[in-house]
Design a protein around this ligand. Structure first.
Ligand SMILES: Cc1cc2nc3c(=O)[nH]c(=O)nc-3n(C[C@H](O)[C@H](O)[C@H](O)COP(=O)(O)OP(=O)(O)OC[C@H]3O[C@@H](n4cnc5c(N)ncnc54)[C@H](O)[C@@H]3O)c2cc1C
Length: 452
């Protein structure tokens, strides 16, 4: 009898150990910029985190795909997007320090992620109020040309009578590289002993008996498994609506994915090689640019090719089309009109810079389709979920609706999401403002307004 009791106790211990092993503390779903940033911030707080990503360790599609995003800080007084960008820069420094810690030499630097370069904004006279609001009490360093004479004098730019130009100069504004940032976030997560499971696609997410039950398929082998977690962060970008349909069914009504295109253009080498060094310098220091016209044409140098020619990435923030199949949209080729739009707008800008380029000097290198996750106000969510009884579920955090603004604030969104997971708070005025604009109360109001 005593022997049987010992056996039973060993068996019970084994069962409780094995089920304990399968219960994760926090699972973050989605290894793009937002999920990776959140998993890193939780790691920084000393949490046990599992990050799950359906793709392989090299990120090949998704809203964070690519090697350049505009990183800009300029904003009106108490602008949350300036705060998020600046907070993300601070958090990125912390990540770099952590990655270098214990190494014999500095293996990581901020310059791996950020290319500091002036950011050029072009406005029309009808936006004068916005410009005045932006520059009122502005602490960031900038130069402003309110008319064509000043634009010529300050920037060597030829603009029309109805145009104004602002240029922002600040360390770590310019562009940031999402590919490198994701890689370093993953290195930080792993260096702390946390896990990242690649090729794992979540197929079902439900809450049962107070814990989350997450069904997963291995995208390489096709094998299925189920894991349990006390807390979950959903950061699946445009897939968030489908992912959280059983836990936060309203989310698919609040976030809609839309397609955008990106073109990559080069100045043909015979013409590029004829540019003077002063013209090349002017070209390089005039990117990135955002032309705040109705399409919002934006462009930046994605990288340089083997002969040091810039690869110009070109897009239109408001040139969005509907998506028929989210899984296949990434492969959708650009239309002739989209390529022509990219070339014409690039030409217009290069001519403003007084560079002797014609339409036929621009070659289309490649292009791809990409996706914005959009909220009605175009402002993202970082929020605790709300359950069917309109109660806040502090064990589930949603991060999404990042539109075209997410990248520059990546680690700040991740920090706020991690704070929601852990119940941390921060008294800073701007942190509180960001939390209220992105957070739970706003989500509740937006849920109330669905169907109204
Ligand atoms: C064309 C374009 C231009 C942009 N330009 C700028 C810019 O200049 N400046 C700026 O600041 N921001 C910019 N942005 C915005 C920024 O890039 C995005 O806000 C950001 O990348 C969104 O990241 P995410 O992690 O939310 O989404 P994603 O990168 O899409 O990440 C979601 C991840 O979840 C994974 N996933 C999805 N479903 C599952 C599942 N079921 N199981 C497991 N994993 C899953 C996906 O594979 C993906 O890796 C731009 C965005 C686009 C599309």
């Amino acid at each position: 009898m005593k022997y049987f009791a010992v056996l039973l106790s060993i068996a019970l211990t084994l069962i409780s150990c094995s089920s304990k092993e399968e219960l994760e503390d926090v699972v973050v779903i989605g290894g793009g910029l937002m999920g990776s940033s959140t998993a890193w911030e939780l790691t920084k707080y000393g949490q046990n985190v599992l990050l799950i990503e359906q793709q392989d360790s090299v990120y090949t599609f998704g809203s964070s795909f690519g090697e350049a995003r505009i990183s800009r800080s300029l904003g009106p007084k108490e602008d949350i997007f300036s705060f998020l960008q600046q907070t993300s820069v601070k958090e990125t420094k912390h990540l770099i320090d952590f990655l270098n810690r214990g190494e014999l030499q500095e293996l990581h630097s901020m310059q791996d992620i950020y290319t500091t370069s002036p950011v050029t904004y072009i406005y029309s006279q009808s936006q004068l109020n916005n410009v005045e609001n932006l520059l009122d009490g502005q602490l960031d360093k900038y130069e402003y040309a309110s008319n064509k004479e000043e634009a010529e004098e300050k920037f060597g730019m030829k603009i029309s009578d109805t145009t104004m130009v602002i240029r922002e100069y600040k360390q770590y504004t310019g562009t940031l590289n999402p590919k490198v940032l994701i890689k370093k976030l993953h290195q930080g997560i792993r260096k702390s002993g946390n896990r990242i499971d690649y090729n794992q696609k979540v197929t079902s997410l439900k809450k049962e008996d107070g814990v989350y039950k997450i069904k997963i398929i291995d995208t390489k082998t096709g094998t299925n498994k189920t894991i349990m977690s006390k807390k979950v962060v959903a950061a699946a970008g445009p897939y968030n609506g489908t992912l959280v349909k059983d836990v936060a069914p309203y989310f698919s009504d609040l976030i809609s994915p839309e397609r955008l295109f990106l073109s990559f253009l080069k100045i043909k080498s015979d013409k590029y090689n004829m540019l003077t060094s002063e013209q090349i310098k002017r070209l390089k220091s005039s990117y990135p640019v955002a032309y705040l016209n109705s399409d919002i044409f934006y462009s930046m140098i994605e990288k340089y090719d083997e002969s040091n020619r810039p690869l110009l990435k070109v897009g239109g923030h408001f040139l969005r089309t509907e998506i028929e199949d989210l899984d296949r949209v990434w492969e959708k080729e650009l239309t002739k009109q989209e390529i022509l739009w990219s070339k014409k707008n690039t030409l217009d800008y290069l001519n403003k810079l007084e560079l002797p380029i014609e339409l036929y000097d621009l070659e289309f290198d490649r292009g791809y389709s990409c996706v914005y996750s959009l909220t009605e106000s175009e402002i993202p969510y970082v929020s605790q979920a709300v359950n069917n009884y309109k109660e806040v579920d502090s064990s589930f955090v949603l991060i999404g609706g990042m539109s075209g603004v997410g990248a520059k604030g990546s680690l700040a969104y991740g920090l706020i999401a991690a704070d929601f997971v852990l119940g941390n708070d921060n008294n800073s005025l701007m942190y509180q403002k960001a939390k209220s604009v992105l957070g739970t109360q706003r989500l509740m109001n937006d849920i109330d307004n669905i169907d109204k």
